[in-house]
Write a protein that binds this ligand. Structure first.
Ligand SMILES: *Cc1c(COP(=O)(O)O)cnc(C)c1O
Length: 342
């Protein structure tokens, strides 16, 4: 986190059912619309919960038993969309990718789009690092008129994102990934048409706290139905104000340069392997051809005070992930490469 974000976090919290706080919320919404490249008519839900809360709010408030959605399941977060569909009894099918398999046009050729009403995808599947080609996905959704829901939680502000241009109907993201703010808030930004066709007039069974309709209606006056994570709202507002002052492209460029430089150094100075598919700027997955990822994680932590992201499941001893988001510098990356090179 940036020092400015930490400073906001240290302040006492204001009472929030006030015009002043509503103004902050509205300013945050306007900035979010611009960062997502969405029109000013799009509707925002501000949810107090981790990213999965926004995923669940979108799935449960936008779809029902008379829908059928296609889930792009390329890892742990794609699988989570499928779990949510099962939990809320929403009919679904999966397009399943193997761990090192890149999503391409051929995957869609075998799919009959007419049977679906929606598509759920994590644009950056954080568990593998793959960044999907949105022109491919949005082309498929346009062809068959599918409602497109995109989880951009670990991609927004790290990779280019164009909600309206890609025809995305709902964008999901959270405070604690590339925004680099405390965990506690997640967001669903919905375009005007989808608000009217899938949310406004409907009361879905089995959703209460996560009902998008309630959140969006309250947000029209800059409020939330329940107590928000007040401090995190103020941190997000502060961060987005700085993002706008410097420009989104500055932050994208910084993250991309760190990621690309790191990948080059890793190839030059270590025998670790970076996958060949399209990778998000947010992180680099590193493969250990002979195993040893778990030991490496502990060594980096204990000997160097460096924390990287370990893996679970079949990749437990084969892969670590290195983040490039937030307040990380070239020096941090140099230190890490040197520690990995020994
Ligand atoms: C982190 C993440 C989430 C949300 O996880 P939480 O632990 O609920 O915040 C969802 N989708 C993706 C792609 C993520 O990277």
């Amino acid at each position: 986190m940036d020092p400015e974000t930490l400073a906001v976090g240290a302040e006492a919290l204001p009472y929030f059912r006030t015009d002043e706080f509503s103004e902050k919320m509205v300013a945050m919404r306007d900035r979010i619309q611009r960062v997502c490249r969405a029109s000013a008519s799009s509707r925002l839900a501000v949810i107090t919960g981790s990213g999965t809360a926004a995923m669940e709010a979108a799935v449960a408030s936008m779809f029902g038993g008379d829908d059928r959605v296609l889930v792009i399941n390329g890892g742990g977060f794609g699988e989570r969309f499928s779990e949510l569909c099962r939990c809320h009894s929403i009919p679904y099918n999966e397009l399943i990718l193997a761990h090192d398999e890149e999503l391409d046009a051929a995957h869609f050729e075998g799919v009959d789009g007419r049977q679906y009403t929606g598509l759920l995808v994590n644009v950056h599947e954080t568990s593998t690092g793959q960044l999907y080609d949105m022109s491919l996905i949005s082309g498929f959704c346009r062809e068959y008129g599918l409602t497109l829901v995109v989880d951009a939680i670990s991609s927004l502000l790290a990779d280019d994102y164009r909600m309206d241009e890609w025809g995305v109907d709902a964008t999901i993201f959270s405070s604690h990934k590339a925004l680099a703010v405390s965990p506690g808030l997640s967001f669903v930004l919905v375009n005007e048409e989808t608000w009217h066709s899938r949310i406004a007039g409907k009361r879905r069974a089995g959703v209460f706290y996560l009902d998008l309709r309630d959140h969006i209606m309250n947000m029209e006056r800059g409020q939330t139905p329940f107590t928000p994570s007040v401090g995190v709202v103020l941190q997000v507002e502060e961060k987005l104000a700085r993002v706008e002052a410097r420009g989104v492209s500055y932050f994208l460029h910084k993250t991309r340069c760190l990621a690309e430089g790191f990948r080059e150094d890793i190839k030059k100075r270590t025998n670790l392997v970076v996958p060949g598919f399209r990778i998000s700027n947010a992180l680099t997955p590193l493969f250990f051809p002979d195993g040893g990822a778990e030991k490496c994680f502990s060594r980096l932590r204990d000997d160097h005070g460096l924390i990287v992201t370990p893996s679970g499941g079949e990749n437990k001893d084969k892969m670590i992930r290195v983040g490039h988001m937030g307040n990380l510098t070239q020096d941090d990356h140099d230190t890490l490469v040197s520690a990995l090179a020994v």
